[in-house]
Design a protein around this ligand. Structure first.
Ligand SMILES: NC(=O)c1ccc[n+]([C@@H]2O[C@H](COP(=O)([O-])OP(=O)(O)OC[C@H]3O[C@@H](n4cnc5c(N)ncnc54)[C@H](OP(=O)(O)O)[C@@H]3O)[C@@H](O)[C@H]2O)c1
Length: 270
């Protein structure tokens, strides 16, 4: 039995995916901030005959992400799959204790910090990144995106998801022994990007026509069941289940260099 680490397991797509995987045989290592919801999910997985353990952690702080990664490295065995699914679509600019924009941390820097101890301890065989088709709208401004000076209630989400996708392509090249895939999961009815007031009400109306987390989870479970996702040293891009060429914005050399250099600088200072 292998381990499968799933971040963002407390709600939405991650919660549905944990339930979809309960009978597949892997031990699920469930990560999110909400311990009560994770504990309830562990029980639900066990009731379906599966195995699961909760490892709560917060990705809005680099120090906590590092500690979380260490806890995960202690808990999982070599050969594990990591599903980076946790995500945040922020409505306003909020800075972390490190002075960085919160979505830039939760969606990009913290998952990199969290996975470091797992890589160092050689725990990972595969990594799936639940990204977003909206990376095509991303624009990384090295001077302003990390601190959210270019904050936009739409664009920031796209920018931060683009950064992480680009960083995980680099990861795939640096760790050719790990199979890496980056994907758009679908357009799914979850709390992601929830707003208050009339806009929130309108959004919840629009979301009624979106697919359920269970439909998306079944899709991700099928992808997880594939033998192989990408050639060694590469990360392939999937739109739902279909492999597509990487969007031009993720191929752009200047963007890739800026993300690489800025990420390295911020993580070395952290
Ligand atoms: N829904 C869509 O249509 C859609 C489309 C494209 C891509 N995606 C991507 O799919 C992934 C899952 O999204 P979703 O729609 O399921 O969203 P969701 O329902 O809002 O769930 C987000 C998950 O991320 C976790 N999370 C948020 N902030 C965190 C933090 N600081 N530390 C640790 N965990 C945190 C949450 O857990 P806690 O609050 O308990 O910490 C929750 O389990 C995201 O990466 C999103 O970008 C979604």
């Amino acid at each position: 039995m292998a381990d499968l680490i799933l971040t963002g397991a407390s709600r939405g797509i991650g919660h549905a995916l944990a339930l979809a995987l309960a009978e597949r045989g892997d031990r699920l290592v469930l990560v999110a901030r909400d311990r009560a919801r994770l504990d309830a999910l562990v029980t639900a997985v066990q009731q379906k005959g599966g195995k699961a353990v909760a490892v709560p952690g917060d990705l809005s702080s680099l120090a906590e992400a590092r500690a979380l990664g260490q806890r995960l490295a202690d808990v999982v065995s070599p050969g594990a799959t990591l599903v980076h699914n946790a995500g945040l679509w922020p409505s306003k600019r909020v800075l972390t204790p490190e002075g960085l924009e919160t979505a830039f941390v939760v969606n990009h820097l913290a998952p990199l910090v969290m996975q470091r101890p797992l890589l160092d301890a050689q725990r990972l065989r595969r990594i799936m990144v639940v990204s977003a088709g909206l990376i095509i709208k991303g624009h990384f401004d090295a001077a302003r995106t990390p601190t959210g000076e270019d904050f936009s209630s739409i664009r920031t989400y796209c920018n931060t998801k683009l950064c992480f996708a680009v960083a995980m392509r680099e990861l795939a090249a640096a760790w050719p022994g790990i199979d890496v895939v980056v994907l758009h999961p679908g357009v799914v009815r979850t709390d992601l990007g929830a707003r208050t007031g009339p806009i929130g009400w309108l959004l919840s109306l629009v979301k009624r026509s979106w697919e359920s987390p269970e439909v998306c989870a079944a899709r991700l479970a099928r992808i997880l069941a594939r033998e192989r996702w990408s050639p060694a040293g590469e990360a392939r891009w999937l739109l739902e289940e279909k492999e597509e060429p990487w969007p031009a914005v993720a191929e752009d050399e200047a963007t890739r260099r800026a993300v690489r250099e800025t990420t390295a600088r911020l993580l070395s200072a952290a």
